[in-house]
Design a protein. Structure first.
Length: 246
Protein backbone atom coordinates (compact mmCIF):
# COMPACT_ATOMS: atom_id res chain seq x y z
CA UNK A 1 0.00 0.00 0.00
CA UNK A 2 2.52 2.56 -1.22
CA UNK A 3 -0.01 5.40 -1.61
CA UNK A 4 -1.99 5.09 1.62
CA UNK A 5 -3.80 8.33 2.52
CA UNK A 6 -2.68 10.10 -0.66
CA UNK A 7 -5.17 12.00 -2.82
CA UNK A 8 -4.73 12.13 -6.60
CA UNK A 9 -6.32 13.92 -9.55
CA UNK A 10 -5.97 12.07 -12.86
CA UNK A 11 -7.08 13.68 -16.11
CA UNK A 12 -8.22 11.59 -19.03
CA UNK A 13 -9.25 9.07 -16.40
CA UNK A 14 -12.24 7.53 -18.14
CA UNK A 15 -10.27 5.04 -20.21
CA UNK A 16 -6.83 3.88 -21.29
CA UNK A 17 -3.75 5.02 -19.43
CA UNK A 18 -5.63 7.35 -17.09
CA UNK A 19 -8.07 4.68 -15.99
CA UNK A 20 -5.28 2.14 -15.46
CA UNK A 21 -3.33 4.63 -13.34
CA UNK A 22 -6.42 5.42 -11.27
CA UNK A 23 -7.07 1.73 -10.62
CA UNK A 24 -3.43 1.14 -9.67
CA UNK A 25 -3.43 4.11 -7.29
CA UNK A 26 -6.57 2.86 -5.53
CA UNK A 27 -5.05 -0.62 -5.17
CA UNK A 28 -2.08 1.06 -3.48
CA UNK A 29 -4.30 2.87 -0.97
CA UNK A 30 -4.96 6.25 -2.60
CA UNK A 31 -8.23 8.06 -3.19
CA UNK A 32 -8.57 9.43 -6.71
CA UNK A 33 -10.52 11.98 -8.70
CA UNK A 34 -10.75 11.09 -12.38
CA UNK A 35 -11.57 13.84 -14.86
CA UNK A 36 -12.58 13.97 -18.51
CA UNK A 37 -15.21 15.42 -20.80
CA UNK A 38 -17.57 12.40 -20.90
CA UNK A 39 -19.43 12.04 -17.59
CA UNK A 40 -21.01 8.71 -18.54
CA UNK A 41 -17.62 7.19 -19.37
CA UNK A 42 -16.15 8.56 -16.15
CA UNK A 43 -19.02 7.17 -14.07
CA UNK A 44 -18.56 3.73 -15.63
CA UNK A 45 -14.82 3.81 -14.92
CA UNK A 46 -15.37 4.98 -11.34
CA UNK A 47 -17.83 2.14 -10.74
CA UNK A 48 -15.19 -0.36 -11.88
CA UNK A 49 -12.41 1.25 -9.85
CA UNK A 50 -14.36 1.40 -6.60
CA UNK A 51 -15.69 3.66 -3.88
CA UNK A 52 -12.44 5.59 -3.47
CA UNK A 53 -12.84 7.06 -6.96
CA UNK A 54 -14.75 10.28 -7.67
CA UNK A 55 -15.68 11.13 -11.29
CA UNK A 56 -15.81 14.80 -12.31
CA UNK A 57 -16.55 16.00 -15.85
CA UNK A 58 -14.12 18.73 -16.88
CA UNK A 59 -12.49 20.14 -20.00
CA UNK A 60 -8.88 20.72 -18.93
CA UNK A 61 -8.40 23.46 -21.53
CA UNK A 62 -10.97 25.64 -19.73
CA UNK A 63 -9.86 27.48 -16.60
CA UNK A 64 -13.35 27.48 -15.06
CA UNK A 65 -13.61 23.69 -15.42
CA UNK A 66 -10.18 23.22 -13.89
CA UNK A 67 -11.00 25.44 -10.92
CA UNK A 68 -14.24 23.52 -10.32
CA UNK A 69 -12.44 20.17 -10.58
CA UNK A 70 -9.87 21.16 -7.97
CA UNK A 71 -12.57 22.66 -5.74
CA UNK A 72 -14.54 19.40 -5.81
CA UNK A 73 -11.43 17.36 -5.03
CA UNK A 74 -10.67 19.53 -2.00
CA UNK A 75 -14.27 19.46 -0.79
CA UNK A 76 -14.35 15.67 -1.02
CA UNK A 77 -10.87 14.70 0.16
CA UNK A 78 -9.50 17.89 1.86
CA UNK A 79 -6.09 17.86 0.13
CA UNK A 80 -4.22 17.01 -3.07
CA UNK A 81 -0.94 15.08 -3.07
CA UNK A 82 -0.68 13.86 -6.66
CA UNK A 83 -1.61 15.19 -10.10
CA UNK A 84 -1.41 13.07 -13.25
CA UNK A 85 -1.69 15.23 -16.37
CA UNK A 86 -2.78 12.50 -18.78
CA UNK A 87 -5.51 14.11 -20.91
CA UNK A 88 -4.42 14.51 -24.50
CA UNK A 89 -5.41 14.60 -28.15
CA UNK A 90 -3.58 13.36 -31.24
CA UNK A 91 -4.55 15.04 -34.51
CA UNK A 92 -2.33 13.77 -37.34
CA UNK A 93 -0.89 15.84 -40.15
CA UNK A 94 2.12 17.56 -41.65
CA UNK A 95 2.70 21.30 -41.26
CA UNK A 96 0.75 21.87 -44.48
CA UNK A 97 -2.10 19.49 -43.71
CA UNK A 98 -2.94 20.72 -40.22
CA UNK A 99 -5.64 23.33 -39.85
CA UNK A 100 -5.30 26.20 -37.39
CA UNK A 101 -8.13 24.61 -35.39
CA UNK A 102 -6.28 21.27 -35.18
CA UNK A 103 -3.08 22.96 -34.07
CA UNK A 104 -4.82 25.14 -31.48
CA UNK A 105 -6.85 22.22 -30.09
CA UNK A 106 -3.72 20.12 -29.69
CA UNK A 107 -1.96 22.79 -27.66
CA UNK A 108 -5.11 23.75 -25.72
CA UNK A 109 -5.47 20.24 -24.33
CA UNK A 110 -1.92 18.86 -24.29
CA UNK A 111 -0.11 21.97 -23.06
CA UNK A 112 -2.54 24.60 -21.77
CA UNK A 113 -4.50 21.96 -19.84
CA UNK A 114 -1.35 20.71 -18.17
CA UNK A 115 -0.40 24.24 -17.16
CA UNK A 116 -3.88 25.11 -15.85
CA UNK A 117 -4.12 21.98 -13.70
CA UNK A 118 -0.60 22.31 -12.38
CA UNK A 119 -1.14 25.96 -11.50
CA UNK A 120 -4.38 25.09 -9.70
CA UNK A 121 -2.98 22.27 -7.56
CA UNK A 122 0.37 23.79 -6.61
CA UNK A 123 -0.96 25.83 -3.65
CA UNK A 124 -2.69 22.72 -2.28
CA UNK A 125 0.46 20.60 -2.65
CA UNK A 126 2.44 23.33 -0.92
CA UNK A 127 -0.08 23.31 1.93
CA UNK A 128 0.23 19.51 2.16
CA UNK A 129 3.99 19.73 2.55
CA UNK A 130 4.83 18.53 -0.95
CA UNK A 131 3.49 16.45 -3.79
CA UNK A 132 4.08 14.73 -7.09
CA UNK A 133 3.07 15.96 -10.54
CA UNK A 134 3.29 13.30 -13.24
CA UNK A 135 3.01 14.50 -16.84
CA UNK A 136 2.30 12.00 -19.59
CA UNK A 137 4.52 12.89 -22.52
CA UNK A 138 5.48 10.58 -25.37
CA UNK A 139 8.49 9.09 -27.11
CA UNK A 140 7.75 11.99 -29.47
CA UNK A 141 8.72 14.37 -26.67
CA UNK A 142 12.27 13.75 -27.88
CA UNK A 143 11.91 11.99 -31.26
CA UNK A 144 10.27 12.97 -34.51
CA UNK A 145 7.62 11.08 -36.48
CA UNK A 146 5.90 11.59 -39.79
CA UNK A 147 2.49 13.28 -39.79
CA UNK A 148 2.78 14.26 -36.13
CA UNK A 149 3.82 17.92 -36.29
CA UNK A 150 1.35 19.34 -33.75
CA UNK A 151 1.41 16.31 -31.45
CA UNK A 152 5.22 16.11 -31.41
CA UNK A 153 5.50 19.83 -30.73
CA UNK A 154 3.00 19.63 -27.89
CA UNK A 155 4.69 16.66 -26.27
CA UNK A 156 8.06 18.37 -26.60
CA UNK A 157 6.51 21.26 -24.70
CA UNK A 158 5.26 18.84 -22.02
CA UNK A 159 8.83 17.66 -21.40
CA UNK A 160 10.23 21.19 -21.35
CA UNK A 161 7.55 22.30 -18.89
CA UNK A 162 8.27 19.27 -16.72
CA UNK A 163 11.91 20.24 -16.35
CA UNK A 164 11.17 23.92 -15.73
CA UNK A 165 8.51 23.17 -13.13
CA UNK A 166 10.76 20.64 -11.41
CA UNK A 167 13.35 23.37 -10.90
CA UNK A 168 10.78 25.92 -9.75
CA UNK A 169 9.27 23.70 -7.06
CA UNK A 170 11.99 21.28 -5.92
CA UNK A 171 12.67 23.27 -2.75
CA UNK A 172 8.98 22.96 -1.84
CA UNK A 173 9.17 19.13 -2.02
CA UNK A 174 6.94 19.17 -5.09
CA UNK A 175 8.36 16.77 -7.65
CA UNK A 176 7.56 16.98 -11.37
CA UNK A 177 8.35 14.11 -13.72
CA UNK A 178 7.38 12.99 -17.21
CA UNK A 179 6.50 9.49 -18.45
CA UNK A 180 7.19 9.07 -22.18
CA UNK A 181 5.28 6.06 -23.57
CA UNK A 182 5.61 4.44 -26.96
CA UNK A 183 2.50 3.16 -28.71
CA UNK A 184 0.01 1.98 -26.09
CA UNK A 185 -3.21 0.09 -26.91
CA UNK A 186 -5.79 2.75 -25.99
CA UNK A 187 -8.93 4.30 -27.49
CA UNK A 188 -6.75 7.13 -28.78
CA UNK A 189 -4.65 4.69 -30.82
CA UNK A 190 -7.66 2.56 -31.85
CA UNK A 191 -9.19 5.57 -33.63
CA UNK A 192 -6.51 5.28 -36.31
CA UNK A 193 -7.84 1.87 -37.43
CA UNK A 194 -4.45 0.48 -38.44
CA UNK A 195 -4.71 -2.26 -41.05
CA UNK A 196 -2.58 -5.38 -40.61
CA UNK A 197 0.24 -4.08 -42.80
CA UNK A 198 0.53 -0.80 -40.89
CA UNK A 199 0.22 -2.61 -37.57
CA UNK A 200 3.09 -4.94 -38.46
CA UNK A 201 5.23 -1.96 -39.47
CA UNK A 202 4.53 -0.17 -36.19
CA UNK A 203 5.13 -3.32 -34.14
CA UNK A 204 8.49 -3.76 -35.85
CA UNK A 205 9.57 -0.43 -34.34
CA UNK A 206 9.20 -1.92 -30.84
CA UNK A 207 11.98 -4.47 -30.11
CA UNK A 208 9.88 -5.97 -27.31
CA UNK A 209 7.56 -7.28 -30.03
CA UNK A 210 4.32 -5.76 -28.79
CA UNK A 211 2.58 -2.49 -28.18
CA UNK A 212 2.25 -1.29 -24.61
CA UNK A 213 -0.75 -1.84 -22.39
CA UNK A 214 -2.10 0.88 -20.07
CA UNK A 215 -0.92 -1.16 -17.09
CA UNK A 216 2.66 -0.88 -18.36
CA UNK A 217 2.45 2.84 -17.71
CA UNK A 218 0.50 2.58 -14.46
CA UNK A 219 3.29 0.77 -12.62
CA UNK A 220 5.75 3.58 -13.25
CA UNK A 221 3.14 6.16 -12.26
CA UNK A 222 2.73 4.43 -8.89
CA UNK A 223 6.48 4.66 -8.32
CA UNK A 224 6.57 8.36 -9.21
CA UNK A 225 3.57 9.08 -7.00
CA UNK A 226 5.05 7.23 -4.03
CA UNK A 227 7.70 8.24 -1.52
CA UNK A 228 10.02 5.70 -3.15
CA UNK A 229 10.81 8.34 -5.78
CA UNK A 230 11.45 11.12 -3.26
CA UNK A 231 14.74 12.09 -4.96
CA UNK A 232 13.42 11.87 -8.52
CA UNK A 233 12.36 15.13 -10.15
CA UNK A 234 12.73 16.67 -13.60
CA UNK A 235 13.12 13.21 -15.11
CA UNK A 236 11.83 11.91 -18.44
CA UNK A 237 11.22 8.19 -18.04
CA UNK A 238 10.66 6.25 -21.24
CA UNK A 239 8.37 3.21 -21.39
CA UNK A 240 8.34 2.13 -25.02
CA UNK A 241 9.37 -1.50 -25.48
CA UNK A 242 12.77 -0.39 -26.75
CA UNK A 243 11.45 1.96 -29.46
CA UNK A 244 13.78 4.85 -28.62
CA UNK A 245 16.85 2.64 -27.94
CA UNK A 246 17.43 2.03 -31.65
Amino acid sequence: MRLTNKIAIITGGGSGIGKAIAAAFVREGASVVIAGRDQAKLDHAAEEIGSMCLAVAADVSKAADVEQLVKMAIEKFKRINILVNNAGVLLPGTAEQLSEEDFDQTFSVNVRGLWLLSRAVLPHMRAAGGGSIINIGSVLSTLGARNRVAYSASKGAVLAMTKAMALDHAAEKIRVNCICPGIVETELVAKFNMDESVRRQRLALHPAGRFGQPEDIAGLAVFLASDESAWTTGAALTVDGGYSAQ
